[in-house]
Design a binder for this molecule. Structure first.
Ligand code: LLP
Length: 383
């Protein structure tokens, strides 16, 4: 919810912008940290969800590591004070340039996604006279029961190494003197609300780690990825995720051996609720069958509804609570798909009204584009 003072302030500002509540962010991080630390779990924040400077500073301060998926994310993490020894580099297509930079930075670990990638990292490490720590990303074939665009753990996916290729992996590791195998990595998908998915993941990890050990490979790190979902429907009443229940699933079902570390890579659950996309109504267009609310924000600022049919709660901040009208809420971009949602119940709205699109902190600002030569979206912080 927003205070009248905040709405008055928004009124003075140029729209659209992302509005950040850094207090809520801090509260979320504290709750996550407390819930994880009691089991000695380590959280690496997945920068891809949001790499806003203030967000990164808060993540680093609370003591999280960084989960990066590009050379620039590795650079950004280090520039924001994350210790090199807490940076992991994942991704299915790391370029030679990115690998070399990460080797120079002596990051904690590369999460590797193919046999060929292992060979390339080894060659590049040999050329530098370095040893690269590697974890093997395994495709556990666990169904995340989430949108098919953001499910990653099934066999037909481009991510990870399938279990039938693991013999090859071990052969490659044995022949690669400049690779140090440290563990296994999994990530089954994003926006997961069904805790059974994480339980199934744990059971699969237990089997797979036994397999490695039977083949003479000791596992130091079990990285179980991220994926915890948030409540897009109730951003005010459910602003912070239930981290306790989430970590307890792993506590109850994941077999952790003496000396092993358990790593998590949370993105969305840490940042989704702390930002709102604030926009203005440019025009109200009344048709015969539909009324359109045309906003000054569109898919160039927040693409999730258009790309994944994702629900974001939409509110008119300039009018009361009476939902007496129905609109298709659309953006200004020259694409029919530039629609936040059809048939949205809102108060009777007019040109100039402020519209809030909630739970936009994860995969919002970072996925903004310059399509139609739009201005870069601005960030505003709660005072
Ligand atoms: N680790 C790996 C290997 C990942 O691929 C991801 C997300 C994460 C961790 C963090 O997952 P999270 O905790 O945020 O669910 N743009 C989409 C989401 C893409 C997720 C990509 N991978 C969206 O807007 O819903």
């Amino acid at each position: 919810m927003f205070t009248q003072t905040q709405v008055d302030r928004f009124q003075q500002l140029e729209t659209p912008f992302y509005f950040y509540d850094l207090n809520l962010l801090q509260q979320t991080l504290n709750e996550c940290y407390e819930a994880a630390v009691q089991y000695n779990y380590h959280v690496h924040y997945a920068l891809k969800a949001n790499f806003n400077t203030k967000v990164l500073e808060a993540m680093q301060k609370v003591g999280f590591g960084a989960d990066c998926v590009s050379g620039n994310e590795v650079k950004a993490a280090i520039a924001h004070g994350f210790a090199n020894s807490k940076v992991v580099f994942a991704g299915v297509g790391k370029s030679d340039k990115e690998i070399n930079a990460a080797l120079d930075a002596d990051i904690f670990c590369f999460n590797c996604e193919s046999v060929q990638e292992l060979q390339v990292i080894n060659e590049l490490a040999v050329a530098k006279g370095k040893t690269a720590r590697v974890a093997i990303r395994i495709n556990p074939n666990v169904d995340a029961h989430t949108h098919h665009y953001i499910t990653t753990g099934l066999e037909e996916n481009k991510f990870g190494i399938n279990t039938w290729q693991l013999e090859d992996v071990l052969e490659t590791l044995k022949g690669s003197n400049n690779l140090e195998f440290i563990g296994v990595h999994f990530h089954v998908g994003s926006q997961i609300l069904n805790m059974d998915v994480f339980k199934n993941l744990c059971l699969r990890v237990n089997e797979l780690q036994d397999w490695f050990e039977e083949h003479g490979f000791a596992i130091k790190v079990l990285n179980v990825g991220g994926g915890l979902g948030v409540d897009y429907y109730h951003p005010d009443t459910n602003a912070v995720c239930d981290f306790k229940t989430y970590f307890k699933i792993f506590r109850d079902f994941l077999k952790v051996k003496q000396g092993q570390e358990v790593h998590f890579e949370l993105g969305r659950a840490l940042v989704a609720q702390c930002a709102t996309l604030v926009s203005r109504v440019l025009y109200v267009k009344n048709g015969q069958k539909k009324n359109f609310l045309i906003l000054d924000a569109g898919m160039t600022e927040l693409i999730r509804p258009m790309l994944y049919q994702a629900y974001h709660h939409i509110q008119n901040l300039s009018k009361g609570e009476q939902l007496t009208a129905t609109y298709d809420v659309v953006g200004p971009i020259c694409e029919s798909t530039d629609c936040f949602r059809t048939d949205v119940q809102l108060p009777e709205s007019q040109r100039g009204d402020l519209i809030a699109i909630r739970t936009a902190g994860a995969y919002g600002e970072v996925m903004a584009s310059g399509y139609n030569l739009r201005d870069r979206v601005q960030s505003v912080y709660a005072e």
